[in-house]
Design a protein around this ligand. Sequence first.
Ligand SMILES: [Zn+2]
Length: 355
Amino acid sequence: MTNDIIILGAGASKTEGAPLQKDLIKKFYQLINEETIFQEKPKSLNDLKSFFINFFGITGNEPPNFDSYPTFEEVLAIIEIALERKEYYAEYIKTNQSLNSMKRNLIFLISEVIKRSLINHNDYHNRLIQRLIRKKLLDSTSFISLNYDIIIDNRLFELTDDNPSYRIDYGVDFYPDENLKEYKNIVKSIKLYKLHGSLNWLYCHSCVSLMLTLRRKGASTIVDRDVPCENPNCNANYQPILIPPSYNKVISNYYLQQVWHKAETALKNAERIFICGYSFPDADIHIKYLLKRAELYNNDGFEIYIMNWHIGKSNHIHEEEKKRFQRFFRNKDKIHYTRISFQEFCEKGIYNLRY
Ligand SMILES: [Zn+2]
């Protein structure tokens, strides 16, 4: 049995209709102008609007061709860093919002925008899983997701609903463990390592526990009320756990450290790595560090297949991206930069590769 790893980047979620980080704020304003989100949360909506006006000069009345919205990562990172350094912004004092409530509003924004965008999702992730089952490859495949959204999670949960012998292994222990009773008959774990956190995880800073909000609303529930930690000996409230990729705080969280370590171990033992919908940007230095460590400790060296093609992609961008992958890895002959899209990969796999 080979050890295969599928790495899912933002491009994979985009095929289902999820906006890219750079388009999230634009999509947010589109949805509020259509009055399809935030109707029941007027305070959060007003706070977000005043935040974007005061911090980025965005009013929501920009012309349709306006394209200078900040990325979600930038917005979240400047709040995260201020929180960590215990520093404040004068604008917050004026608007009477705390950094923590702003962060919660931003997490609510991303979870609502993603949820709205995925109502009619295209089901490619499901086709991928079904293909892996047909080819008897699922049991030897692990997933690493760079996305906060729970698209792959939900498709895998559907699989575990239909096949009680499967469970999802996120690489961390949750408290309370909702699945504990069902675990007795588990024979197969599907590994899903989410390097930047997940919209269905809630974290308690006090007792350092992590809750999986399985079949609950997840991070969006804590926008306008405090959700108390479920540990009876703890009286703190849960916080979401989403870490922007270029922000180095990733190293410090106890649970994310475990996820990163397990992802590294899996990559060190991998024979084939399939990178989907990911352009390997310069800013993602922690991902590069992880892959470099794995490459240098992997005895036989893994083959890497990159599926990031889409119709209309220019040759220039294609070549630049190919160069970024080629220059970084030691075994150049093992880098296969394909002209296969994520959609094709899900449905047909890679010709001649038995994958
Ligand atoms: Zn707690």
